[in-house]
Design a protein around this ligand. Structure first.
Ligand code: FMN
Length: 345
């Protein structure tokens, strides 16, 4: 039987040491009320900590009510939300786990709000719902003052996350949400400095987040290294984003892709096992930063192989960990199974 040789090795980023290379990527649960985490989130995240995940990243958590992709998404725009997150963080730590949180604003992909905003008035082309409540709206173009206010919201949410005890912060710059909308030539039609320099907004968000984080705490940035829709940017542009975000203070690059509504078959990878590893491989040489790769890696031997090739340092297992919180423990002959269970099995 094949042996796991790499996934089970520890990994350190600044002051954070992970017991293995397995990351639970952020995955929306759509179960919050008023942006508040509840018992669902407690059980969901703490069970993955008991399941041996090296780094759990809490789902897209938004800096403002109109930044949510549904009214049931999480938020971190007030202190009550922070205090509920602390309960989860403390419990994950008690299980010897590490936990980060993804801070985000959905921009034009927000649903359940009338105040839909973006860098430019370009509507998201992903509508496929008959019910008008779930149809995307034309976003209002942000003024410069509003842009600066949103950067402050990112900063305040990050500060609250630090206060709640999270081990790392992830800024969501991927999947067609607000930071990605600024980065993309398809959605950013501005003529001011935020249009002439499409990566400026993302840079300012990262710097604002970093300014309220302890020096030893890693800042992770998730970004789309390639768009998958018609006339989407390609990985050369993805490399520019990576370089700029690294210069802005990112400590880890979480390399994903896509975010447009309609996919262009000529600009989209086939969705096979490990389908986005090629993006990690392309981004890897641009900076010295650790790389997270993601996308249908739930075959543990494939995930182990990806680490062995050096294409990525950490592998994110999304749907695999939704289906099985104990994915790491269920790897045949798992090196992760803690001693008490070994006796019982
Ligand atoms: C239910 C669900 C919710 C998701 N929510 C988020 C999210 O909040 N933030 C994010 O960056 N990606 C999100 N994703 C994408 C995952 O993080 C991951 O990149 C994707 O599922 C591919 O990995 P996988 O093939 O291992 O599932 C979500 C995916 C799923 C299935």
């Amino acid at each position: 039987m094949a042996k796991i040789s790499y996934l089970n090795t520890p990994y350190s980023i600044k002051n954070l040491t992970l017991k293995n290379r397995i990351v639970m990527p952020p995955m929306c649960q759509y179960t919050a009320t008023d942006g508040m985490p509840n018992d669902w989130h407690f059980v969901h995240y703490v069970s993955r900590a008991i399941g041996g995940v090296g780094l759990i990243i809490v789902e897209m958590t938004n800096v403002a009510p109109n930044g949510r992709i549904s009214p049931n998404c999480l938020g971190l725009w007030n202190d009550e939300q922070r205090d509920q997150f602390k309960r989860i963080v403390d419990a994950v730590h008690a299980q010897n786990g590490k936990i980060a949180i993804q801070i985000a604003h959905a921009g034009r992909k927000a649903l359940g709000t009338d105040d839909v905003i973006s860098c430019s008035s370009v509507i998201f082309d992903g509508n496929n719902e008959a019910d008008p409540k779930w149809q995307y709206k034309m976003p209002r173009e942000l003024s410069k003052d509003e842009i600066l206010a949103i950067i402050q919201q990112f900063k305040q949410s990050t500060k609250r996350a630090v206060e709640a005890g999270f081990d790392a912060i992830e800024i969501h710059g991927a999947h067609g949400y607000l930071i990605h909308q600024f980065c993309s030539p398809k959605t950013n039609l501005r003529t001011d400095e935020y249009g002439q320099d499409k990566l400026l907004f993302g840079e300012q968000v990262l710097k604002a987040a970093k300014s309220v984080m302890p020096a030893g705490m890693p800042l992770i940035v998730r970004f789309s290294a390639q768009e998958y829709g018609k006339n989407g940017y390609d990985v050369d542009y993805g490399r520019k984003i990576a370089k700029r975000f690294a210069e802005a203070g990112a400590d880890v690059l979480d390399v994903s892709g896509g975010g447009d509504g309609q996919l262009d078959p000529t600009h989209t990878p086939d969705f096979h096992a490990g389908y986005q590893v090629y993006l990690a491989r392309a981004i890897r040489p641009v900076t010295n930063l650790p790389i997270i790769t993601v996308g249908m890696l739930e075959d543990p031997y494939l995930a182990d192989y990806v680490i062995s090739t050096g294409d990525a340092d950490l592998v994110a297992i999304g749907k695999g960990l939704l289906h099985d919180p104990y994915w790491t423990l269920h790897i045949p002959d798992s090196p992760f199974v803690p001693k008490p269970y070994k006796v019982a099995f």
